[in-house]
Write a protein that binds this ligand. Structure first.
Ligand code: FEO
Length: 172
């Protein structure tokens, strides 16, 4: 059975994962309209992953005798300026998510909830990989600079970059 504090913190994380999915969906739509097909596909996929992160938490809360709350979400912005700025925002957003997971892990220790602590280790690892992925992408963007051919190749290749491949990239 979850303590009220752990349940509340998990519900907060459910909202954050759901909002992350919306943020990346909005980025996907912006990129699609700009004709950046590869970047758009990458963001659509990332949005789906965040929804899965949310669902995994929903299932866990309900399985442990809590009640997962599906709440209102803050609307993401619709214009991201440039694709460079957009990926910088993605990176900063993932750092925000990592901090929030760390807070959540802290609550489970305070409440001596070792089962939830154990469950959250998957999220801790996932955040390391997601931050690595975002940094790998930002490094590639820096290499391109303002080169149009480079953007063409980046847009084509970013679709192949996954969390797993970035984690194995020695440059990450
Ligand atoms: Fe579910 Fe990208 O954090």
């Amino acid at each position: 059975m979850l303590s009220k504090n752990v349940e509340k913190a998990l519900n907060e994380q459910i909202r954050i994962e759901a909002e992350s999915s919306q943020v990346y969906l909005s980025m996907a739509s912006w990129a699609e309209v700009k004709g950046l097909e590869g970047i758009s596909n990458f963001m659509y996929r990332h949005s789906d992953e965040e929804r899965l992160h949310m669902l995994k938490l929903v299932k866990y809360v309900n399985e442990r005798g809590g009640h997962a709350h599906i709440s209102d979400l803050k609307a993401p912005k619709t214009d991201f300026g440039t694709f460079q700025k957009m990926f910088q925002e993605l990176y900063e957003h993932e750092i925000f998510v990592s901090n929030s997971i760390n807070e959540l892990v802290h609550v489970t220790l305070q409440e001596k909830d070792y089962a939830t602590h154990n469950f959250l280790q998957w999220y801790v690892s996932e955040q390391i990989e997601e931050e690595a992925l975002a940094r790998t992408i930002l490094d590639k963007i820096n290499l391109i600079g303002n080169d149009k051919g480079g953007l063409y190749l980046f847009d084509r290749d970013v679709q192949q970059i996954t969390v797993d491949s970035a984690a194995m990239d020695p440059g990450a």
